[in-house]
Design a binder for this molecule. Structure first.
Ligand code: LMR
Ligand code: MN
Length: 587
């Protein structure tokens, strides 16, 4: 089962359903094949109340990116979590929950819940078995039907135990039926009743865990979810637990830990599972994901190398291995594995983030035509809004085009203020540059191809940054612009770029903001400096504001003979509602 990659066509539904990062859930969830129940659970979460555990790693600081401290998606929690400190590619699809955003690649919504007990295990009165009978049980667990396995067992058992088995089977089936109907309390009573007479019945304990898990979804209760984890754990630790059930319980438990933000616990669970099932690629794949969550890229890389040694065609491992290599700077090998993985069409591989990084890796290794093809395919498959607009954290209804006028962006007043005060802003920035050069930090997102590019951030994610007070006049000015300083999906920052700088084509993380550039020092010597956004080139003018949508691919060249200085002010996209401004997760 862990051998062959299951091909999966992108359905019409998926192509047409727009949205975004909630779909990331899918990639992290179950790798391939037989874990329908996991997929179901994850979909329940996403569908029921829209929070999807999503991304798991970024380019630079995984921990910061997923907001380890604040990464849980607790039921009681209403506001979304912090995502990434800054801009662009670092955040290319790997951030955590973005509650209000819509899906890009949709999951089918019809599903059956509560596949609590597998058919194979149901007929067995596990707790009453002796070691020799356990062997039989293992065999019988492979039996096709409940009755055949019952018969198989009856040979080595007396009539009474057959009766017991029948009763147990009936009770387990009853519990499962109730779970399917979402009658969780009744299911719980049934499983608890079985447990009272069969205290170590793996199926009953698993059923109880499932019932509690389902109840926690219904009631959005962390407490109940945490309670359910105890029972998944019991299942895993039962000496008489059938392997298949153990695996299922382990995978669900790990996923639920991640949901709760208990990332280390997820690693511990999966490590333990990997000890029991050292060559199980489903478990290893999830172990790799959990390592990425806790920022242990090295271990994740090793795990995926192992999966690929066991199953070289494992698409899930290929995309993750490729992603790790690419973000570590090995663009050639990264592209190689990303491409293989995406082409496998295996579960968990059709994610915007993988297309995003494959395109980027191809472009950076002189394979721009292929990059273009990947971007087009990503757009066609609904992973990107268009081949140029590749942001992954989107609100779908927003109008979009590369360049904007102040009137279109509804920022006439802001533009007027910035343009009338541009010299004051410039002088304050130049003064800080002279006095404290160290305040300008080199770009950290691997966006730069050549040259020198530094930034000084005043606001990020709607919060003033510590250096804001070094530029009191500029900060006072922007503090009167709520759609700018309050834009939790953007920043306000100075950007200085030295001659000889080229910034790779890249795409910001979200379509929820527009980016204003106020020209402060714009050299016209040499070949000048310019910005390409989608298929249009522009340059800056001193004292003038240029507005573009940085969710479209953009690229910068600085080939003048002296530095270029601008103030970048992100503002909420004019179509974003007041409610969204308050509730969209910060980026
Ligand atoms: C960008 O926003 O990515 C660039 O335009 C920044 C810059 O300094 O030009
Ligand atoms: Mn940019």
């Amino acid at each position: 089962m862990s051998g062959k990659v299951r091909k999966r066509n992108i359905t019409k539904h998926e192509q047409q359903t727009n949205g975004n990062e909630k779909a990331n859930l899918k990639s992290r969830s179950v790798s391939r094949g037989s874990h329908g129940i996991l997929i179901i659970l994850f979909m329940m979460v996403a569908i029921t109340w829209g929070i999807a555990a999503s991304a798991y790693f970024g380019l630079v600081d995984y921990k910061a990116l997923i907001g380890i401290k604040d990464s849980s998606q607790l039921y009681e929690k209403t506001s979304a979590n912090a995502v990434s400190n800054d801009d662009s590619a670092k955040d290319s699809g790997f951030s955590k929950d973005h509650t209000n955003d819509k899906k890009i690649s949709g999951e089918p919504t019809d599903h059956v819940d509560g596949e609590a007990s597998t058919k194979e295990e149901q007929p067995q009165a596990e707790s009453k078995m002796k070691p020799t009978q356990e062997k039989n049980k293992k065999k019988s667990s492979q039996a096709k039907t409940s009755s055949s396995s019952l018969k198989a067992k009856s040979g080595s058992s007396n009539q009474l135990s057959l009766e017991q088995n029948k009763t147990l089977l009936k009770q387990l089936q009853e519990g499962d039926e109730l779970l399917k109907k979402k009658k969780v309390n009744e299911a719980l009573s049934v499983f608890e009743k079985i447990i009272s007479s069969n205290p170590s019945s793996p199926s009953a304990i698993f059923g109880k865990a499932e019932a509690l898990n389902q109840k926690s979804l219904q009631q959005r209760s962390n407490k109940i979810l945490i309670e359910s984890l105890k029972f998944y754990d019991q299942v895993i630790n039962l000496p008489n637990c059938p392997k298949k059930l153990k695996k299922k319980a382990g995978l669900i438990k790990a996923e639920r830990h991640i949901f709760l933000g208990q990332l280390k616990e997820a690693v511990i669970t999966l490590k333990k599972m990997a000890e029991t099932f050292p060559r199980d690629t489903d478990i290893l794949n999830q172990l790799g994901v959990s390592y990425l969550y806790v920022g242990n890229t090295e271990k994740a890389q090793k795990v995926y190398a192992k999966v690929l040694s066991i199953d070289p065609d494992n698409g899930f491992a290929q995309v993750h291995f490729g992603f790790i290599l690419k973000t570590a700077g090995d663009w050639i090998k990264g592209a190689y594995y990303l491409k293989l993985g995406i082409e496998s069409m295996a579960e968990g591989t059709q994610e915007g983030k993988f297309y995003f990084h494959l395109g980027d890796a191809l472009h950076r290794t002189n394979r721009s035509t292929e990059a273009d093809e990947i971007y087009k395919l990503g757009a066609k498959n609904g992973l990107f809004k268009s081949k140029y607009q590749r942001s992954l954290y989107n609100v779908n209804r927003l109008q979009s085009h590369p360049f904007w006028t102040p009137a279109e962006a509804k920022v006439n007043n802001y533009v007027k203020t910035l343009e009338s005060k541009w010299k004051m802003i410039r002088d304050e920035a130049l003064n800080v540059m002279d006095v404290e050069k160290g305040l300008f930090i080199s770009e950290e997102e691997s966006l730069k191809d050549t040259g020198d590019w530094k930034q000084l951030t005043l606001y990020a994610r709607g919060q003033p940054q510590k250096d804001c007070k070094r530029l009191p006049k500029t900060c006072a000015l922007v503090s009167k612009m709520p759609n700018a300083h309050g834009c939790t999906r953007g920043q306000i920052k100075f950007s200085i770029m030295m001659p000889g700088t080229h910034v790779w084509p890249h795409t910001g993380p979200t379509n929820c903001r527009l980016r204003m550039h106020l020209g402060l020092v714009i050299p016209k010597t040499g070949q000048g400096a310019w910005l390409r956004c989608a298929d249009q080139n522009r340059t800056w003018e001193e004292g003038k504001v240029l507005i573009f949508d940085d969710s479209f691919e953009h690229e910068v060249w600085q080939n003048a003979e002296s530095f270029r200085l601008i103030l970048i002010v992100d503002v909420w996209h004019p179509d974003i509602t007041e409610h969204e401004k308050k509730t969209l997760s910060p980026i």
